[in-house]
Design a protein around this ligand. Structure first.
Ligand SMILES: [Ca+2]
Ligand SMILES: [Ca+2]
Length: 401
């Protein structure tokens, strides 16, 4: 005879079985946009993928003011930008150099300032670095790319610096400025440019660099095989369009894949795999809603000819740095993407299989720090920059090492 107590035991057992089989997504809050549905299974709120790696967090350096970009030098040191306009060498023992001379004058306000830094693919031979920064212009301001040579003949400095690219048009305001960089396998440089917030329709305008990924040569020229070269009214430097505020880029040389993360409004943070000439939809299609609570445009999430994100977050995590883990220090994390969450105050780990996200984990939630930049160090540790006036360089290394 089935008693009430036995019935509950059976129910509890089924619930436990269901939980064991389906861990459920890491996001537990409802989406900002009600009634929207993903375009395919696994496009949002995939099941949690708890780590089997045991790691510890080491504070490498402190006292950086709003650090934004980190790039490792071949000898294991790194270069780190601070948004107010400073560039420092991070030594292997964690000490920081004085600010380097030769950095361009930046407009530092709000989200703007000295932002990303990358090394030339031929750095060992030419010692060149590239910086993105917010530049005051005759009218308004804009993202510019600065190329310089890292020189240590009399202390570390940037020399022979010049602006190789200016995103146009200039605008007033310092919101949604971008701006990451990543080199493709062919040695051309991708630069992300935000929509500048008040002018979001510019993301669909091929006559504007705003809301685009840009592809240029190391001299700032337009590669002749760019997708919109020769198209009337289009700027030849455009690689892909329809982006809102892209702050994370990484290139997977093994597969030739470019990955990008961008901020949505209320909801609608995206992971994309941008391809030349494609339109990533903003602001025509987007998951999430406007800050006012109203739909964005017609409130569409899909439309013919517009690309779907590989993955999206609603509510937002405010994704910034992006790194693909391909090192050996954490073997089970190989092939995972790591996304820095600003508002999310965590490091998001995405398990990717055949171009789709199949698992998600939120690391470092216990720290409660905004994560601006993510980079894999030469020894395979994962390095982070935390975004605050006394920002830190952190690294994840295996526990017990
Ligand atoms: Ca970096
Ligand atoms: Ca999109």
């Amino acid at each position: 005879m089935v008693t009430i107590r036995n019935t509950w035991a059976v129910v509890a057992w089924f619930v436990a079985l269901a939980l064991a089989a389906e861990p459920g997504p890491v996001e537990t809050y409802p989406p900002e946009a009600r009634g929207q549905a993903p375009a395919f299974p696994g496009q949002t709120r995939v099941n949690a993928a708890p780590s089997t790696e045991r790691y510890k967090v080491v504070s490498v350096a402190t006292g950086l003011e709003s650090p934004w970009g980190l790039a490792f030098l071949p000898d294991g040191r790194a270069l780190v930008t601070e948004k107010p306009g400073r560039l420092r060498v991070l030594n292997s023992n964690g000490s920081l150099s004085v600010p380097l001379p030769g950095v361009p004058k930046v407009l530092a306000s709000g989200q703007a300032g000295l932002l990303d830094i990358v090394l030339d693919p031929q750095f060992a031979a030419n010692h060149r670095v590239y910086l993105t920064y917010h530049e005051a212009r005759a009218f308004g301001s804009g993202i510019s790319v600065y190329r310089a040579t890292f020189d240590e003949t009399s202390g570390p400095a940037l020399v022979e610096g010049r602006v190789i690219f200016r995103a146009e048009p200039s605008r007033v305001g310092t919101t949604n400025v971008g701006s990451r960089m990543a080199f493709l396998g062919d040695g051309t440089l991708i630069v992300s440019v935000g929509d500048r917030f008040g002018s979001r329709d510019e993301a669909q305008n091929l006559g504007s660099d705003l809301g685009k990924l840009i592809r240029i040569t190391v001299d700032g020229q337009i590669p002749p095989d760019n997708p919109f070269v020769g198209v009337a009214g289009a700027r030849g430097e455009i690689w892909s369009l329809g982006h809102r505020n892209p702050q994370g880029l990484t290139f997977d040389a093994a597969t030739g894949t470019l990955w990008e993360v961008e901020h949505g409004a209320r909801g609608g943070d995206e992971l994309n795999r941008p391809v030349a000439g494609r339109n990533y939809g903003w602001p025509v299609i987007t998951y999430g809603i406007d800050y006012s609570g109203f739909p964005i445009g017609k409130g569409l999430t899909r439309q013919e000819g517009l690309e779907q994100p590989v993955y999206y977050w609603d509510p937002v995590i405010a994704p910034s740095g992006l790194a693909l883990y391909q090192a050996d220090l954490f073997p089970s994390w190989k092939g995972n993407l790591f996304v820095g969450g600003l508002r999310g105050e965590h490091l998001d780990r995405l398990v990717v299989q055949e171009g789709r996200v199949v698992g998600e984990e939120r690391l470092l939630t216990e720290l409660g720090e905004r994560v601006r930049e993510v980079e894999v160090g030469p020894e395979g540790a994962i390095y982070l920059l935390t975004d605050n006036p006394r920002g830190r360089v952190l690294k994840l290394v295996p526990a017990g090492k």
